[in-house]
Design a protein around this ligand. Structure first.
Ligand SMILES: Nc1ncnc2c1ncn2[C@@H]1O[C@H](COP(=O)(O)OP(=O)(O)OP(=O)(O)O)[C@@H](O)[C@H]1O
Ligand SMILES: O=C(O)[C@H](O)[C@@H](O)[C@H](O)[C@H](O)CO
Length: 174
């Protein structure tokens, strides 16, 4: 049983790569975008970046989903921006991560593998310009990069270039 989170800034390819990979592996797929409260979606559509207060309850909900699937023995892929280290700790450990020191929770980090899709602002901006029918305002990209804290040790992560072709992904089911 594997819990995978495909993370990165808006437009890095989380939904595309994550859903493709889940279909290929026969795992369940969740898109964090589907779990935002309406207020968050409205804010983003108006070009207003989300803050910690907007994101924390949403991340706690996503943590609950991951834990439910873990209890059921179900491997899952979640596409979620997870921009800050604290946000990733909430996904792994729930609301406790908001209040406790990071090293108190480090033993739990191995529960979830984060795949960071890393790409240049130029590449991702060109994708967002072409994308249609999505609520996210493309002008929020700068704030997404400003907020991003790329994962680092002792987090459990791998970094892939956003140019990765989802069909070429190498993971096999196990
Ligand atoms: N590897 C890729 N090569 C070329 N285009 C891609 C690739 N991955 C994604 N795209 C395109 O880039 C755009 C953004 O991709 P996608 O919606 O998957 O990103 P995202 O990270 O889920 O964005 P958001 O967080 O805003 O929902 C889409 O139009 C998608 O078709
Ligand atoms: O943390 C965030 O700011 C949000 O998750 C955004 O990244 C959006 O949900 C998404 O990426 C837009 O499509």
């Amino acid at each position: 049983m594997v819990l995978l989170v495909v993370m990165g800034v808006s437009g890095s390819g989380k939904s595309t790569v994550g859903s493709h990979l889940a279909a290929k592996l026969g795992w369940k797929f969740y898109d964090a975008d589907d779990y935002h409260p309406t207020e968050n979606t409205k804010k983003m559509a108006q070009g207003i970046p989300l803050n910690d207060q907007d994101r924390i309850p949403w991340l706690c909900k996503l943590h609950d989903i991951l834990m439910r699937e873990e209890s059921a023995g179900q491997s899952v892929i979640l596409a979620c921006s997870a921009l800050k280290k604290m946000y990733r700790r909430i996904l792994v450990s729930g609301e406790d991560a908001v209040y406790s020191k990071s090293d108190q929770l480090d033993s739990a980090t191995g529960k979830v593998l984060f795949i960071h899709l890393d790409g240049s602002m130029e590449l991702i901006a060109s994708r967002l310009e072409k994308r249609r029918g999505h609520f996210m305002a493309p002008e929020l990209l700068q704030s997404q990069f400003d907020t991003l804290e790329p994962p680092s040790a002792p987090e459990n992560f791998i970094t892939l270039n956003s140019l990765v072709r989802s069909e070429a992904f190498f993971l096999q089911p196990y």
